[in-house]
Design a protein around this ligand. Structure first.
Ligand code: PLP
Length: 370
């Protein structure tokens, strides 16, 4: 029998979450963001459930090739654009739409020989200071691109740094509006947090009626994690977990007061208790920093991690689940057989990280069902 750890992707949850994005922006087209191998879920595993999206956005050219190999003929956007001139040949061949965020990328395009002009996304640095042209340089970049025979339509794009937090997006929306006011072309601004937290209607009247704009770029919410946890949970947003990481108990111990568990004796029993040993550790992608008290489901019942997470095992308190024994189901995050849900965001938050990181970090040794 293989080691009992298993990750499962839930296509119906992906479909549901995509529909939630559509409900939030009924007039916009939705990019399903599938970078990082669909946030760790697997592009091929998610493709069918997400194929009603209007396009797929990612940044690795090999992932774009995988989507075309699935016979996806619709739009694919490279969120960071090309990394070197010859990447443009692949863009021509596979009809990839690509972001242009710096002058070098315009130079490469100007030197590129193509039959078919490219659809590009001109990126404004509206304050995040990662990729994009400054407001002062944006207009001349647009004019240069617009004059190139290699370029077809130009969509105007920016990305928010604080859509999930207290600073919000108003300052960046204002910068975007000012830099793009009289430029033609479609717009794309929102990630999940902007789409969920700053829906178009709430902003109407502030001069940003096209915030949801023509395209929204939906990543994390598709996978059922709240972009702004703990302010709001996935359930608050009506999102369902798209991934379950589950394993089983492969050992049991009975402790007396004063007994300790695991490396570093990081947990000490204050009375008699049963603990279970789970076949899952940091080499599976479970966060090593998950402290005592991190939630976990055993046979669908919520309990807690006790002791330090090790490479292949984690230990849990069986106090709340006296009937649990060898082989009992353990859900590290996601949905239990009983239907009980443990949000990935709660586990991430306990471990000092975010749902994004946990889902992307499921290790290659973990098998996926179906
Ligand atoms: C990853 C990414 C997104 C999606 O962000 P989420 O927070 O996962 O919704 C949108 N736009 C760009 C440019 C990205 O890199």
């Amino acid at each position: 029998m293989p080691r009992p750890i298993l990750a499962t992707v839930h296509p119906e949850a992906l479909r549901h979450n995509l529909q939630r994005a559509r409900d939030c922006a009924p007039d916009a087209r939705v990019w399903a963001v599938v970078k990082a191998n669909a946030y760790g879920h697997g592009i091929e595993r998610c493709f069918d459930a997400l194929r009603s999206a209007d396009g797929f956005a990612l940044l690795d050219l090999a992932e774009a090739e995988r989507l075309r190999a699935l016979d996806w003929r619709g739009p694919i956007q490279l969120l960071e654009g090309v990394f070197e001139p010859r990447d443009l040949e692949l863009c021509s061949r596979l009809h990839l739409w690509h972001t242009v965020h710096c002058n070098e990328q315009i130079d490469w395009l100007a030197a590129h020989k193509t039959q078919v002009p490219h659809r590009v996304f001109l990126k404004l640095n509206s304050g995040m200071n990662r990729l994009g042209f400054t407001p002062a340089a944006f207009r001349s970049a647009w004019a240069r691109l617009n004059a190139l025979p290699q370029v077809d339509e130009i969509t105007l794009m920016t990305h928010f740094s604080d859509a999930d937090g207290p600073r919000g997006i108003a300052h960046q929306v204002a910068a975007f509006e000012a830099a793009t006011a009289d430029l033609p072309g479609e717009r794309t601004l929102c990630n999940s947090a902007a789409l969920l937290r700053h829906p178009r209607d709430a902003l109407r009247g502030e001069g940003v009626q096209n915030l949801a704009a023509d395209w929204v770029r939906e990543g994390i919410a598709l996978y059922g994690s709240a972009p702004d946890f703990p302010a709001r949970s996935a359930a608050d947003w009506g999102l369902q977990p798209a991934m379950t990481l589950a394993s089983r108990l492969i050992g049991l111990q009975s402790l007396q007061a004063g007994d300790t568990v695991g490396y570093g004796s990081a947990f000490t029993a204050d009375g008699p208790m049963r603990i279970g040993v789970v076949a899952c550790g940091y080499a599976d992608g479970y966060p090593r920093h998950a402290p005592n008290g991190t939630p976990v489901l055993v046979d669908g019942v919520r309990t807690r991690v006790v002791g330090r997470v090790s490479m292949d095992m984690v230990t849990v308190d069986l106090g709340p689940v006296p009937a649990a024994g060898m082989g009992s189901e353990v859900v590290l995050w996601g949905r239990a057989a009983s239907g009980a849900v443990l949000p990935i965001d709660e586990v991430a938050s306990a471990a000092g990280t975010i749902g994004y990181e946990l889902m992307c970090a499921v290790a290659a040794r973990v098998p996926f069902s179906a």
